[in-house]
Ligand binder design. Structure first.
Ligand SMILES: CC(C)=CCC/C(C)=C(\C)COP(=O)(O)OP(=O)(O)O
Length: 375
């Protein structure tokens, strides 16, 4: 769950948990669910050794392809994001890891309807600030995360995202807290940059999505603190909030138009986009599972893990079932958004097409980022 190596508490709460979590821990990169995975990079043996390199595998999922891959644009945005991260102070001393994660590539791939580096950088800063909140507050003890402080920190972070209005004396205290904490500065800075392109309705929309994201972070912290593996339904409820929805919510901002609130919050649109959001983050679960079971035997939550625990099945089978959940979500989004596009406004059609494109770019980024491959 973090960009960086971290220490977390092993989780096991049900009778089967030790067994299943143990099985998950024994699986290394490329090891989990191999029969549900397909080779992506081929199988090679080096000249120096007859030992074959581990085959890189990736989940065979139902997902659109990325609509563009402009490496130069992605690099340009990435360098701007890395420079900003350094300036603002997130991930201190880990600049190369931030560069390798290549969040610039993520926004280039997921927003193919803009080639404006500044717009893309604004969206990238939002994503990076949201990720930094997760890593620094929730997942990475080497970056100061502390479960006992999580709720309080997220409360202050939310007061930066949705600015708190305090009596002057206390407002100064809040400002000092922001000055001390790079995560808070990143969240504020990202919103400032975004305001060049987002109107007040779009800014408020993002605030709301981030509030839900923070609830998701808190929920995961509670599972971890209580060493409780949630049932699958509860995991999926949380993963809808703790998802890439805040990124997807910006597709119109980056595209240079606005989907009005009446359409964005239409329950039928909300439902379709929520399916896409859940699918986007199950992709993350599928690609980051190996990273989340690190060599020191630590494990984090992901869909294959909670399915394996609840359904008492092998990790291979749990990956297969997770892929099936993912594919159902994508197909449902595809069908419902096709209907909504056919019957709704041209803007809605454009927005839903952009969410579809976002899914394709998201998977492409997960395929290559050093955040998950360690490349
Ligand atoms: C960009 C964005 C909304 C990120 C915040 C939420 C987040 C970190 C994810 C949705 C990814 O999930 P996870 O916490 O599992 O992340 P890692 O796999 O550790 O990168």
């Amino acid at each position: 769950m973090s960009l960086l190596s971290r220490a977390a508490t092993p989780i096991a709460s049900r009778e089967t948990s030790d067994l299943v979590v143990g099985a998950l821990l024994r699986t290394g990169p490329g090891g989990i669910g191999t029969s549900a995975l397909r080779p992506a990079g081929g199988h090679t043996a080096t000249a120096e050794s007859d030992t074959p390199e581990p085959t890189r595998r990736e989940p065979e999922i139902y997902c659109p392809e990325a609509l563009r891959d402009d490496v130069a644009l992605g690099d340009e945005v990435n360098e701007r994001l890395v420079a900003w991260a350094e300036r603002i102070g997130i991930y201190p001393g880990r600049v190369e890891e931030v560069r390798g994660a290549n969040f610039g590539r993520l926004v280039m791939l997921t927003h193919p309807d803009s080639d404006d580096p500044d717009r893309l950088t604004a969206a990238g800063k939002c994503a990076l600030a949201e990720w930094a909140t997760d890593d620094h507050y929730c997942d990475d003890e080497t970056q100061g995360s502390d479960l006992t402080l999580l709720g309080a920190r997220l409360g202050v972070a939310n007061a930066v995202v949705d600015p708190a209005h305090l009596p002057p004396r206390y407002a100064a205290d809040l400002e000092r807290a922001v000055g001390r904490d790079p995560v808070l500065r990143a969240l504020r800075g990202a919103f400032e940059h975004l305001a060049r392109y987002a109107d007040i309705e779009q800014v408020n929309r993002l605030r709301q999505e981030i509030a839900s994201l923070f609830v998701g972070y808190d929920t995961e912290g509670s599972w971890r603190a209580s060493e409780r593996v949630p049932p699958v339904w509860e995991y999926l409820v949380n993963r809808q909030d703790n998802s890439f929805l805040p990124c997807m919510a910006l597709v119109d901002v980056v595209g240079g138009y606005r989907l009005p609130a009446a359409e964005y919050y239409d329950p039928r649109v909300r439902r379709a986009v929520s399916f896409a959001a859940s699918a986007s983050v199950i992709v993350n679960d599928l690609y980051s599972t190996a990273k989340e079971s690190d060599a020191s035997g630590l494990v984090d939550f992901n869909l294959p893990m909670v399915i394996a625990v609840e359904e008492n099945c092998s990790t291979e089978e749990a990956v297969r079932r997770s892929v099936a959940v993912h594919d159902d979500l994508v197909r449902t989004f595809e069908a419902e958004s096709a209907f909504l596009s056919a019957t709704g406004s041209p803007r809605l059609g454009r927005f839903l097409a952009a969410v579809w494109a976002w899914l394709g770019g998201n998977r492409e980024w997960h395929r290559g980022t050093a955040r998950y491959s360690g490349a």
